[in-house]
Write a protein that binds this ligand. Structure first.
Ligand code: GRF
Length: 193
């Protein structure tokens, strides 16, 4: 399965996907990495792995993903032969132009047990709510905010004395396991079709 990855930050989830591929536990290839943030470390990681990468120009908009930028992103992903688009810490909401180019083929990792705590800083939302456990979810992307069908999720305990940092770190450990696992599941489902 040929993957394209969109990220805005550190790219530790992409690294987990690359590690799973390198260790032979995930039969896939990352063909293209795109970021809306030219300084994102995910681009550095892509370059150091010899993976084609590029910057998405969002014309200075802070959170909006303009339609022409989405069309350009879709074109670049298609040109690279991408079959599955993985959002990995991508901080803009994907809308119709990109969703229609990859119907049912865009997935995201979210740091909570959806449908609980959608949106930003989900680990902080969980801490503030005082829940005993939260988690991580891989889901298909639709037009809503973290609302698409769940592919895989796993719980993470909230421990006494947790800070936003310790809780997020515990959630990320789980993310790094379930993201490659979810891609494996999708690949297996595609193979039997
Ligand atoms: C992850 O916690 C993910 O759930 C959220 O953004 C973070 C990205 O981290 N959507 P990284 O860039 O993969 O390290």
């Amino acid at each position: 399965m040929t993957l394209g990855i969109l990220g805005s930050g550190s790219g530790s989830n992409m690294q987990a996907i690359l590690d799973a591929i390198a260790s032979g536990t995930l039969d896939a290839r990352v063909a293209l990495v795109l970021s809306d943030n030219p300084d994102a470390y995910i681009l550095e990681r892509a370059r150091s792995h010899g993976i084609e990468s590029g910057v998405i120009d969002c014309h200075g908009f802070r959170t909006k993903f303009p339609g022409d930028a989405q069309r350009e992103t879709a074109n670049r992903l298609k040109a690279a032969g991408v079959e599955l688009v993985c959002l990995a810490g991508f901080m803009r909401m994907v809308k119709r132009p990109l969703l229609e180019a990859f119907p049912g083929r865009i997935i995201n990792i979210h740091p909570a047990l959806l449908p609980a705590f959608p949106g930003l800083e989900a680990w902080k939302q969980a801490l503030d709510a005082g829940v005993p456990e939260t988690g991580a979810t891989v889901h298909y992307v639709d037009e809503g905010m973290d609302t698409g069908p769940v592919i895989l999720q796993e719980t993470v305990p909230v421990l006494h004395g947790d800070t936003t940092e310790t809780l997020h770190a515990r959630i990320q450990k789980v993310e790094h396991r379930i993201y490659p696992a979810a891609i494996r599941l999708i690949a297996a489902r595609s193979a039997v079709r």
